[in-house]
Design a protein around this ligand. Structure first.
Ligand code: GLC
Length: 607
């Protein structure tokens, strides 16, 4: 595959001679739906509640699918709804083949799939293979069994260090803070072995050296494929295999970006990995052995009809390492969190986009784009902070508050930038409403294990998980029939409600809807990106400009408005535009436009 960027100088319109660098070669793109799909993440706890217990459920999701078809997405990814004690909001699975009664039944899951498919939506479900819940039958059996038993071999049990085994086997630190090992009490009441949990103490890591574990997870894949799901989002895909020599590596990994912005020591005395500084190879993230697991999974998926897909949540260093998960015989997509973590800065974003596209292109996979999910501060708030980038792990009432107006303006501009990029894009529920983070949640209501495990130093992720506002005038903004909501919604969310924005030109919801329609009309998801340099007098350090098919995208991240003097026809804009002094389109700060260059009418040659 020839992946060298092609640089050409040509004329974009009669006035502007520009340089373009084409990055993605359309020839490498296939026709499968997931290559260009817009996939909407439903967080079932907070999407819609049908039974009135204040927690969302599958029947609620089914009842609101019309919102997603009107919005114009191609697929839905459902965060976990399986049987779980909910110590990590369902990412602690006790039974992978059952729906938690809080969310409904298997019949409800079938009904959701059936309706989604009837509406033309694909459905991806979450799979959590790195760890189970401590309430999973396997872990309960392991606790009851003796050291060295086959039951313990399904997890990572080790003897402790120290004279009496009183010290953890390694100094590994949980992603949620605190030690990654906990000691069990053996059946005879004596202090016993230690088990590994890279996340919460209630999330014991599975032992992927054990073939029984591999076969069980493949059987779970088949269970859901047989029910008709179109794919899986694979949780912590980079974590399954551990270095069997169990060396010390005492660094705390930050969620999503895989590294910490600040470095140094945090409040718990945990050593943070520190920006991109290299803390040395991790003995449990991104081990080469994980790839063989996904090769086997790929073969399982390919034994089914339809284009079923695997999406990796993998925090690895740099776009090439992430793209390795999407080689032709592995997964189909991997989340590109670098884009999400990049500060609001034209040059850095350009670098990130170029890197992501190039790496994905090199393995023939689509690049993915995501701005928000259930693990990070919502983009509309993150981009309103003084320091943009991945953002803190949650915001509390005593923390500096985001600039809401600036955050929303930037989030909309970022969305139009993202949705014009070739590849597949992910939207997180509520992002289409411009929902901000709940930054003043009462601390006593927080449920994220990271809040407690960091000694309440990090507020955690609850603020991005607040139940959606559907109807401005209904109790609980229409989230549930009786107004119950498992987390309180801010009082001013009426202005974000779906029914407030529906049909209102210029609202965030209508801006997203139009963007998705135009993205489809112009086939931007399967196009190629060509950076445009030399456009008017745009300062390259504050403007991103590229073409994808016939659309020219200009995002102004600078402090001053930018006037497009070339003849253009407006396709879409993330916010209000002005008119420049020479009559051209004026693109204000933190605004993205999609335009089509128009050729000036040629005058008839003189005879
Ligand atoms: C993933 C999920 C996150 C969860 C963690 C442990 O990163 O996105 O929500 O807490 O895995 O399963």
């Amino acid at each position: 595959m020839n992946n060298d960027p092609v640089t050409t100088t040509h004329t974009l319109d009669a006035g502007a001679a520009v340089t373009t660098t084409t990055l993605v070669h359309p020839a490498t793109a296939g026709r499968e739906w997931w290559r260009s799909a817009v996939i909407y993440q439903v967080y079932p706890r907070s999407f819609a509640d049908a039974d009135g217990d204040g927690l969302g459920d599958l029947a609620g999701v089914t009842s609101r699918l019309g919102h997603l078809t009107r919005l114009g997405v191609d697929a839905v990814w459902l965060s976990p709804f399986y049987t779980s004690p909910q110590h990590d909001a369902g990412y602690d699975v006790a039974d992978y083949r059952q729906v938690d009664p809080r969310f409904g039944t298997l019949t409800d899951a079938d009904a959701l799939l059936e309706k989604a498919h009837r509406l033309g939506l694909k459905v991806i479900v979450d799979l959590v293979p790195n760890h189970t819940s401590n309430e999973h039958a396997w872990f309960q059996a392991a606790l009851a069994a003796a050291p060295g038993s086959p039951e313990r071999e399904r997890y990572v049990f080790r003897e402790g260090r120290g004279e009496h085994g009183e010290l953890a086997p390694t100094n590994w630190i949980s992603v949620f803070g605190g030690p990654a090992w906990s000691r069990v009490t053996e059946a005879d009441g004596s202090p016993g072995q230690w088990y590994l949990h890279l996340f919460d103490v209630t999330q014991p890591d599975l032992n992927w050296e054990n073939e029984e574990v591999r076969l069980e997870l493949e059987s779970i894949l088949r269970f859901w494929l047989d029910r008709g799901v179109d794919g899986f989002r694979v949780d912590v895909a980079h974590g399954l295999v551990k270095d069997q020599s169990f060396p010390d590596w005492g660094h705390r990994t930050d969620m999503v970006s895989g590294h910490d912005d600040e470095g140094g020591e945090d409040e718990l005395g945990d050593v943070r990995t520190g920006g991109h500084a290299d803390p040395g190879p991790s003995p449990y993230w991104d081990q080469p052995g994980v790839h063989e697991i996904y090769r086997r999974w790929r073969r399982v998926l390919e034994s089914y009809d339809g284009d079923r897909c695997l999406v990796a949540e993998a925090w690895a260093d740099g776009p090439e390492k992430i793209a390795a998960y999407t080689r032709p015989d592995e997964m189909h997509q991997a989340f590109n969190f670098d884009f999400l973590s990049t500060p609001w800065d034209a040059e850095l974003l350009r670098e990130s986009i170029t890197g992501g596209l190039g790496a994905a292109d090199a393995v023939g996979a689509p690049c993915t784009w995501v701005l928000s999910n259930h693990d990070v501060v919502r983009a509309a708030s993150r981009l309103g902070l003084a320091k943009t980038g991945k953002g803190p792990n949650g915001i509390g009432a005593d923390d500096p508050q985001p600039d809401a107006e600036q955050g929303l303006r930037r989030a909309r501009a970022a969305a139009l930038l993202m949705l014009a990029l070739p590849g597949s894009a992910y939207l997180y529920q509520g992002e289409e409403l411009g929902l901000p983070e709940h930054t003043t949640l009462p601390d006593e209501l927080r449920e994220d294990p990271a809040y407690v495990r960091t000694g309440r130093a990090e507020k955690g992720r609850d603020g991005c998980r607040v139940p959606l506002p559907w109807e401005a005038d209904a109790p609980g903004f229409g989230f549930s029939p009786n107004g119950a909501t498992w987390l309180p919604q801010p009082a001013d969310w009426a202005s974000y409600a779906v029914d407030t924005q529906k049909g209102v030109p210029g609202s965030t919801l209508e801006t997203y809807r139009a963007a998705l329609r135009l993205r489809r009309d112009y086939r931007l998801g399967t196009g190629s990106l060509a950076w445009v340099d030399g456009l008017d007098d745009c300062a390259q350090e504050s403007v991103l400009a590229f073409t994808n098919r016939e659309v020219l995208v200009v995002a102004n991240l600078g402090a001053t408005p930018v006037e497009l003097s070339l003849g253009v026809e407006l396709v879409h804009a993330s916010g209000p535009l002005g008119q420049g002094t020479t009559g051209g389109l004026l693109v204000p700060t933190d605004t993205t436009v999609w335009v089509r260059p128009v050729q000036p009418e040629r005058s008839e040659p003189a005879r």
